[in-house]
Design a protein around this ligand. Structure first.
Ligand code: SF4
Length: 226
């Protein structure tokens, strides 16, 4: 079976950039949120089943979500409905961002904490928020190696033997920046409270969208760097 995603990639490799760009604009996409990067078997089975009946491409995003790409517009509603029935939830505007996590103590010898559980706790505490302004990212790492890119996230949580360190203002892009530490050796409750303060600050001090790298320079930023 050849998915549309491959066909578009073929065109791109042959230098048909215009054709590819126009084709992508006409196709729909749908991103299934996968908290902690975990794929529930029911959703995996439903995606597999849908692939038998519809043509689309699959992409595991850098944010650890599963994106269905190059969906024919007329198929989108049916695909979404079936996935929702299997328990899927979808990326959309105004939702609180899912934390990107490394595998942590669940499956890494160096892991100090269960990062997936922490990601779940963040989702439990903040997942009901609506109208969240873009565009900040959260990452959680199970040890100071910081494989999830916690130092390059707007809000980065790093487990150490002495507790959690919390960084803010990291970013990639054309002008990358490492996050600055604002908490050291915190417990999880303290981490969640600090995330809440940061997100409230972001909400109150952001017009349309803003990365934390800019906000931490503001005079009223409520934390010092340590
Ligand atoms: S950050 Fe540490 S715990 Fe997480 S995957 Fe990397 S080495 Fe393992």
């Amino acid at each position: 079976m050849k998915f549309k995603g491959y066909l578009l990639a073929d065109n791109f490799l042959k230098g048909k950039n215009m054709a590819r760009s126009e084709a992508v604009k006409q196709m729909s996409k749908l991103t299934i949120l996968l908290p902690g990067g975990i794929i529930p078997p029911a959703i995996l089975a439903r995606v597999s089943d849908l692939l038998e009946r519809f043509e689309f491409g699959l992409y595991v995003s850098t944010a650890q979500n599963l994106r269905l790409v190059n969906i024919a517009e007329e198929d989108l509603a049916a695909i979404k409905e079936e996935l929702a029935a299997a328990g899927a939830s979808f990326k959309g505007p105004g939702l609180f961002p899912m934390a990107k996590v490394c595998i942590g103590a669940t499956s890494c010898n160096l892991g100090i904490v269960d990062t997936i559980e922490i990601s779940r706790k963040i989702a439990e505490r903040f997942g009901d928020r609506t109208n969240v302004k873009p565009k900040f990212k959260i990452a959680v790492s199970g040890c100071p190696a910081a494989c999830s890119g916690a130092m390059l996230a707007d809000i980065g949580v790093v487990a150490t033997r002495a507790g959690f360190d919390l960084y803010v203002g990291g970013k990639g892009g054309p002008r990358p920046a490492a996050g600055k530490r604002i908490k050291k050796g915190s417990d999880l409750a303290g981490v969640l409270d600090t995330i809440e303060s940061l997100v409230d600050f972001h909400q109150q001090n952001t017009g349309k969208k803003q990365r934390f790298a800019k906000l931490i320079e503001a005079d009223n930023f409520p934390f010092s760097f340590i």
